[in-house]
Ligand binder design. Structure first.
Ligand SMILES: Cc1ncc(COP(=O)(O)O)c(C=O)c1O
Length: 422
């Protein structure tokens, strides 16, 4: 039987638009270099693609807890109690498990209150849209994650509330100060990330805190990639930089160190209560499933009990891998963390490296335009606590071989080709 769309002779505008917009992707697929949406056949860092064992180096499972037997066991028990869905939003589908996790997270991160959301993206959008109006200037780092950008765009589109939206130069206290000084609205909400997810560099929080306090601005830190990976106890960049009690609002995500999915907003009780009662993206979207909440709560148990040892092990692996990459001559940009982009600064080099490495059982996803600017193409390389010494050494050998073969290490041109690979 033919599909409904194929039956029609004339294409609708949306079909024509999609066909036109997919030109680049069609070409990449024809050339068999399309690198995205690869299908895992197994969970965890040691996975399988097309029947072949693969070690994933683009995962955010930083503490290697996703596949931990205790998390799986907790999730299985929760399935028996609550199944996989709650059939509604938190307004009418909150459980004691959600509230307990909120209480525990507030205590762990040292805040009065916490709101757990179904994704990290939702947490950020909820915060921005519900807290900003025509008296607000949203002040964004120019490298902001999509959830910060989209939350701000959404806020700017709410009739009658439209905040002002301004950008400052990435990680620049001077530029932040200039924007705060010249803002048009009285209330400023400054939005930064702790660890930048594609670049692996960190925000200078002590300077940002000082400037925000001086200009009466509220600082929000999205520490999705710092929670569990930085600070002695894994409480994130603010712990590492000694400013934990001076970050008014912290946001984190469970899809990295906490082995699940979800988001959390932490702050003063009334602020969290306001978001909980007014954020449309929270109020009108379904509640987080309890098997996930149970797994995340168990990850928190483990981090509370063993945090310093887990963080230390991650840092040892990070330092080993970084040292070897630099020794080999790779360009890691401004990264100082476990997120170590290996720059190829060329689209074809990134794609060819990716495919060659994957053939040998190592996944490093290429980040190319529009995910990265032209000239900033790279392989996404994250070191996690779950990688073994053998995983790291194999990946290093392959990176060195193919880095030479594809002129990533020498920086030479790949030479002319018929056209762009992708
Ligand atoms: C910095 C940052 N913030 C927020 C998010 C969103 O989290 P989630 O994937 O849970 O929606 C991500 C995830 O990609 C992220 O990297």
């Amino acid at each position: 039987m033919m599909s409904m769309n194929a039956d029609r002779a004339k294409k609708s505008w949306i079909e024509e638009k999609a066909y036109a917009e997919l030109a680049r992707i069609r070409k990449a697929k024809e050339k068999q270099v399309y690198p995205l949406f690869r299908e895992f056949e197994k969970g965890g860092l040691h996975t399988q693609i097309d029947g072949k064992p693969i070690v994933n180096f683009s995962s955010n499972d930083y503490l290697g807890l996703t596949n931990h037997p205790r998390l799986k066991e907790a999730a299985k028990k929760a399935v028996d109690k609550y199944a996989c869905g709650l059939s509604s939003s938190r307004v009418q589908a909150t459980t004691t498990e959600h509230v307990e996790l909120e209480r525990r997270l507030a205590k762990f991160f040292g805040y009065e209150s916490c709101l757990v959301t179904t994704t990290g993206y939702q947490a950020m959008v909820s915060l921005i849209v519900s807290s900003s109006d025509k008296d607000t200037t949203l002040v964004l780092d120019s490298y902001s994650h999509a959830c910060i950008l989209d939350g701000s765009f959404m806020a700017c589109g709410v009739p009658g509330r439209q905040p002002e939206m301004r950008f400052f130069n990435h990680n620049s206290p001077k530029s932040l100060e200039r924007i705060l000084k010249t803002r048009e609205r009285k209330n400023a909400l400054v939005l930064v990330e702790g660890v930048y997810s594609l670049d692996g560099d960190i925000a200078p929080l002590p300077e940002f805190v000082e400037i925000c306090e001086r200009y009466d601005a509220v600082l929000v830190v999205d520490d999705a990639h710092g929670s569990g990976t930085l600070g002695k106890h894994g409480r994130g960049l603010a712990e590492e930089q000694g400013v934990e009690d001076r970050i008014p609002i912290l946001m984190t995500a469970f899809s990295k160190s906490f082995g699940g999915i979800g988001g959390a907003l932490l702050g003063q009780a009334d602020v969290i209560e306001m978001i909980k009662n007014s954020a449309r993206s929270f109020l009108f979207s379904a509640s987080s499933p309890i098997p996930v909440i149970a797994a995340v709560t168990t990850a928190l148990d483990i981090i509370e009990d063993e945090g310093p040892a887990l963080v230390q092990e991650l840092h040892q692996k990070r330092d080993y891998f970084r040292g070897k990459l630099l020794e080999a001559g790779f360009d890691l940009g401004k990264s100082t963390t476990h997120i170590m982009p290996v720059y190829t600064r060329d689209e074809r080099k990134a794609l060819f490296m990716h495919i060659a490495m994957l053939e040998c059982g190592v996944l490093m996803v290429p980040i190319i335009y529009p995910g990265a600017k032209h000239g900033e193409e790279r392989l996404r390389v994250n070191i996690t606590r779950g990688h073994t010494q053998e995983d790291m050494d194999t990946a290093l050998e392959l990176l060195k071989s193919y880095g030479e073969a594809f002129f990533v290490l020498s920086g030479e041109d790949l030479g002319p080709m018929d056209d762009d690979a992708f």
